[in-house]
Design a protein around this ligand. Structure first.
Ligand code: PMV
Length: 315
């Protein structure tokens, strides 16, 4: 009985969250050591059985609730199947990525399911990074309303990406990192729904377009300058830009008390820069550190109430 496994990484947004929804550039990077995995197995029972043991869920595809993202990811691939009958399969998803914390858990889960199922059914055209990203975006739309497309892109390509949402096709540049960036990712433990925060930013932008357009422009400028600094191997400059980007996010009201406390803890223990990452109002913050002060910043984040801190070295 054939078994096919594929996985996708977590991600963080380094620069440009929210502004990216409004066409400004943003930078996102994968966190390869924290992943979602999907296992597709031929089955002797008829039908497609979906299993998510982490969530204690197991159900048949044809009985999945409307808008169920796991089922939608599976269906997005099955639409390309021209068989008279659907295959009999068991599809299991396992994820180490915390949900609702800005690490792209939904996108990674969808990407792993789409890639493993496309490979299992030998629809190899669908298993390319580009196609996985496109199908994953459709699933993301269910969860987030008007996603920019950056999450599905970074988890499908698993490379640092400079991303601009635009017509007719998004700009997706992968780029090199000249000097390793040591990033600590600290979880506030506060769950935040991307859909709600994005919707609230939209409401504020409609009420005060001038102010928000300027904030978005500034965030886009940060992303452009950061790309150059990363390519030139200048972590100090990247840190300063993170600090400035956080100021603009605060002005959009997407920070939170706990995020601010963790950012202040990182700053005062010697981080080069720190900011929230993702939608904000909870979720994760990131701190750029030097190898020498990594332990000190980590201890300070934990002492200030971070639920967990993980290190990701971007090379
Ligand atoms: O909370 P996350 O990590 O899913 O990130 C959302 C990023 C936003 O820019 C706020 C929204 C988007 O679709 O890009």
């Amino acid at each position: 009985m054939a078994v096919t496994v594929a996985s996708a990484p977590a991600k963080i947004i380094l620069f440009g969250e929210h502004a990216v929804v409004y066409g400004r550039p943003a930078i996102a990077v994968p966190i390869s050591q924290v992943r979602a995995e999907a296992i597709v197995e031929d089955s002797l029972r008829s039908g497609i059985r979906l299993r998510a043991p982490n969530l204690g869920r197991e159900y048949w595809l044809n009985e999945a609730p409307d808008g169920d993202p796991f089922a939608r990811a599976v269906q997005s691939v099955l639409e390309f199947v021209t068989l008279p009958n659907l295959p009999d399969l068991t599809i299991t998803v396992k994820s180490m990525i915390p949900i609702a914390s800005g690490l792209g858990s939904g996108a990674a889960m969808a990407a792993a399911v789409i890639r493993s199922l496309a490979l299992h059914l030998e629809i190899t055209d669908l298993a390319t990074d580009e196609q996985v990203s496109t199908l994953c975006y459709q699933v993301e739309r269910l969860l987030h309303g008007t996603p920019s497309g950056i999450d599905n892109t970074v988890v499908a390509y698993e490379r640092p990406v400079y991303f601009v949402r635009q017509q007719p096709t998004n700009r997706i540049d992968t780029f090199s990192v000249a000097a390793p960036l040591h990033l600590l990712v600290a979880d506030t433990g506060e769950e935040s729904k991307t859909w709600d925060v994005v919707g609230d930013v939209r409401r504020q932008w409609q009420e005060n377009p001038k102010k928000f357009e300027l904030l978005f422009d500034n965030c886009g400028r940060m992303a452009n300058e950061a790309r150059i600094a990363i390519q030139e191997g200048d972590p100090e400059r990247v840190g300063r830009l993170m600090h400035e980007n956080q100021g603009y996010l605060r002005a959009m009201t997407v920070s939170s008390e706990k995020l601010e406390r963790l950012i202040a803890a990182a700053d005062s223990s010697g981080a080069l820069g720190a900011k929230l990452s993702g939608a904000g109002r909870g979720g994760n913050m990131i701190a750029l550190v030097e190898e020498e002060n990594e332990d000190e910043v980590r201890s300070s984040l934990l002492a200030t109430g971070a639920n967990s801190v993980l290190l990701s070295v971007l090379t």
